[in-house]
Each structure stands twice: as C-alpha cells, then as structure tokens.
Design a binder for this molecule. Structure first.
Ligand code: SD4
Length: 348
C-alpha cells in the first residue's frame, strides 16, 4: 500500500513545511504537484516498505517518561509494533507507586477514591478507552481490551471494572499509604484548587506516550489518575480520543498533559494532528494548540497544559502554557529529557 502526505503550499505564512521530511533517501521519494483553487498540493509518496529515517522513536511526557520510554524501546528496537510499545511503556508508570498521578499510588479524589482514566490508539485508527475505573492497576491494558474485544471505544465506571475482571484483570486496592497520608493532609484544609500547578506541582504528571515503529506505524497511549483531589466522578481529557490523544498514521500523532478541561474544550490532540495535516511542523502545531487555549481562556496563566507531537517521519514537537514541562525522547541516537521551558505561552 502506498502512503501519501499532502502539503499545502502558497497558502500563507507558517503553512508550508516541506523542509522537515526525513523519509528514506531522496530516490525513494516521488513527488507530484497539482494546482487546485490557487493552492498547490504536493503529494509525498512513501513506497511500500520504506522506513522513515526517524524511526523507530518513542516520546513521552514528563521525566518518568524516560523509564516508560526504555520499556517501549525494548520492543521498538526489536522491530516490534508501536501499539505494543506504548502499552508496555505506560504500564511501567502505572505500576510505580512513587508516581502519584498515574495508576497505583495515584493521589485519590476528594473522597479518597483512586479513579483512573486511560486510552490508546493504533495505526489503523482503532481506539480503546476506560474512564473512572477503580481498583484495576493497568487501565491502559483494559483500554486495549475494550478496543480489541468489544465493538465499543470506551467503558466507564462500574461497567469498565466488571469488564476488566471478566477479562482476568485482578481487582486490588490502589490507594497506597503515602497517597492516603497526602489525602488526609489535604482533607484538613479541603482547599479545592484543581488547576493551579503553582500550588501543587504533583497535580501534573500524566503520562502520554507516542511511538513510531520500524514499519512506519504510529500509536499512542495516555494514562492517569487525573487531577489530585478532584470531585468524585470527574473525568478529564485522558480517556478522550481527540483530546488527550490522537493518531493518524498518514500524518502523525499528538498527546496532552495538564488541565484536562482546557484540552477537552479545544479538542487539543485532534487539532494538532489536523494542523500537521495542513503542513505545520509538530512544534508549530503544538504551539497553535496552546495558543488556542490562551485565546479562549483568560485564566490561562493559572494552569498548565503541555502538548507533545510526533509526525510520521519521526520529527518531534512540544509546547506548553507554562515552564516546568518536560518531554522524554528515545531513538537510535538519543535518550534524553528535554525541558520545554523556551516553548511556552508564558514567555510570548
Ligand atoms: C486530567 N490531563 O485528568 C489530566 C491530568 C494531567 O498531568 O495531565 N496531569 O485532566
């Protein structure tokens, strides 16, 4: 099967982004141009079997993304599938009790319940998600089972838990002693400030991970315990396809971390992939996603949202509302944590 990317050129500043191609070598590439309604469309055709020069690669949000990347890399380096890589990767974060915003050890809601949200999406556009799931340590794997074993995209709450148990996932208490202590401390004051990163940096640590495998296929996953001490029943962006995660194998993938309400209202990850479809680089597309929040919400300085994008050539981009956002990148040459301090709306 032939894969095509269409670029709009001559459609205004910032739209043309032809310089970033990393598909194979030049001889592998065939380009044709067509003029339509004053815009020039360029088709970039990747022949069957061509491996993007930037592949394989895996990228994640935050510093704990490095451990998740390592696990994902062990699959990608052997020629494994991006979907398997991201599921394996974020399971590391879900299972780590020291990470207080994802899975086991996640800080609970106001009533002391750990409630989890997760989704994943593959190279065919298949998607699975769970929301408001309790007592199951690996929501990303339940999300995958929803995708592969049901005709649905999302299961929530008691139904999601029932499905997980039917699938053989063990039910267990996810509230660690440490998380309980934090909740008890919080209960003394009961100050409900769900979105101020300044007041509570531990509020923001959701892992979102994107991978491009050796076969040129993209997948992504996102998993979280959501905002600490949130209202019981609150669901954020993390299980919402198009908000916290979107993958289009012809174009690229994007994912989010931060205040989910802002990401949901602007359908952030879908927006970023669509902007890449129009020719924006992953960085510029993430910046536009952040600017959309700035233009809609005058309170944007009080909250954090970070976006991370990967195009199908293996180019990485990121942008955030505030400093303190980091992305972990792992490919053949790189294994590093990047500060996104310079690419933030606050510095405009
Ligand atoms: C949420 N987006 O539940 C998540 C929280 C988050 O880093 O990403 N924190 O809104």
């Amino acid at each position: 099967m032939t894969t095509r990317r269409k670029f709009l050129i001559g459609a205004g500043a910032g739209i043309a982004a032809l310089g970033s191609s990393r598909f194979g070598n030049a001889q592998d590439r065939v380009r044709s141009t067509t003029a339509i309604a004053g815009l020039q469309l360029i088709d970039e055709i990747v022949p069957p079997g061509a491996q993007p020069a930037g592949a394989p690669i895996v990228v994640s949000t935050w510093n704990h993304g490095q451990a998740a990347n390592e696990a994902a890399w062990s699959i990608l380096a052997q020629g494994g599938r991006a979907l398997d890589a991201v599921e394996t990767g974020v399971r590391v974060t879900e299972g780590d009790p020291k990470i207080t915003s994802v899975g086991y050890g996640g800080w609970p809601d106001r009533d002391g319940h750990v409630t989890l949200d997760s989704c994943l999406m593959d190279e065919h556009g298949n998607a699975g998600a769970v929301a408001f799931l309790q007592d199951i340590k690996h929501p990303v794997s339940v999300a995958r089972a929803v995708m592969e074993k049901t005709p649905h995209v999302m299961l929530a709450g008691a139904g999601a838990k029932q499905f997980a148990i039917e699938q053989g996932f063990p039910a267990e208490d996810l509230l660690t002693d440490g998380a309980r202590r934090e909740w008890e401390k919080w209960r003394k004051e009961k100050k409900y400030i769900p979105w101020s990163e300044q007041s509570n940096p531990a509020n923001h640590d959701t892992i979102s991970q994107l991978a491009l495998d050796r076969h040129g296929n993209l997948s992504g996953a996102c998993t979280t315990s959501g905002l600490a001490f949130k209202m019981h029943g609150r669901v954020g962006d993390s299980p919402i396809i198009g908000a916290a995660l979107f993958v289009d194998n012809d174009i690229g993938a994007a994912c989010a971390t931060g205040v989910g309400e802002e990401v949901m209202k602007t359908v952030g990850s879908f927006l970023i992939v669509e902007l890449m479809r129009q020719g924006l680089s992953p960085n510029d597309a993430c910046r536009e996603g952040v600017e959309r929040i700035v233009s809609k919400n005058p309170q944007w300085r009080k909250m954090q949202v970070g976006y991370l994008a990967l195009d199908r050539a293996g180019n990485v981009g990121s942008y955030a509302l505030q400093p303190h956002f980091q992305v972990a990148v792992r490919d053949k040459k790189t294994n590093e944590l990047r500060d996104v301090a310079d690419r933030v709306a606050e510095k405009r």
